[in-house]
Design a protein around this ligand. Sequence first.
Ligand SMILES: [Zn+2]
Ligand SMILES: [Zn+2]
Length: 248
Amino acid sequence: MKITFLGTGDMFSVDQHHNSVLAEFGDTHLVIDFPESNAKALKQYGFPMTDIHNVFITHLHEDHINGVQMLGYYAQIVGDRKPRLFIHEELVDPLWSILSPGMRYTTDGERTMSDYYDVVPLPDGGTFELGGVTFETFRTKHVPGMVSNGLMAKSYFYYSADSRLDQKRVEEVAEDVQLIFHECHMHDLVIKSHTSLKDLEQLPAHVRAKTVLMHYHDEYANADKRAEFNQQHDLRMAGTLESFELDT
Ligand SMILES: [Zn+2]
Ligand SMILES: [Zn+2]
């Protein structure tokens, strides 16, 4: 399995793309979240957007979904099929509320969500399978009252999505995965809905050793700055368009 970061930036990032990954395995793939910056990242990476068929949406903050309208239109106008959207069942209607002002009315009449996307609603803790890989969803500790999901592909990776550190869960799953992709804001201040470097440094050394940081601010868009960080720490930062190969 090959994991490529289409973006590693936080919500305010302008120098790098917003956080998203493309997982390629067997003859299929999964993109986690779809910010608008994915269009540029996919072009840079050389993966046509018409070939994007599977997307998992973690939550509805704009930096994770502001490319979903484009993806739907692009697939309909240029592509050969509707993209499949794996998404928590409680987020389907709210997502359509965001998309519908720009997608409901067309020259061929009114449209609904299912005209653009093949929606796969997932219950709490729901799982789905693609290319022989089972993906397990779980609630993240992001914003109280707001549905947000992380993703785990056992024996491959754990993906925190936007979340405070769920230390118990991370330590429990560490044995079962090759890499832990964890958000880390990298600011020297407390942001109650996100994880700090100090939080992650509380993890045991063997867990830190497989932890890769993402969703950080633009100061670390600079590759030299990340390289310096990676030399000085036992956890490491991912860069935009950087790939990680996981054993199958
Ligand atoms: Zn975010
Ligand atoms: Zn968020």
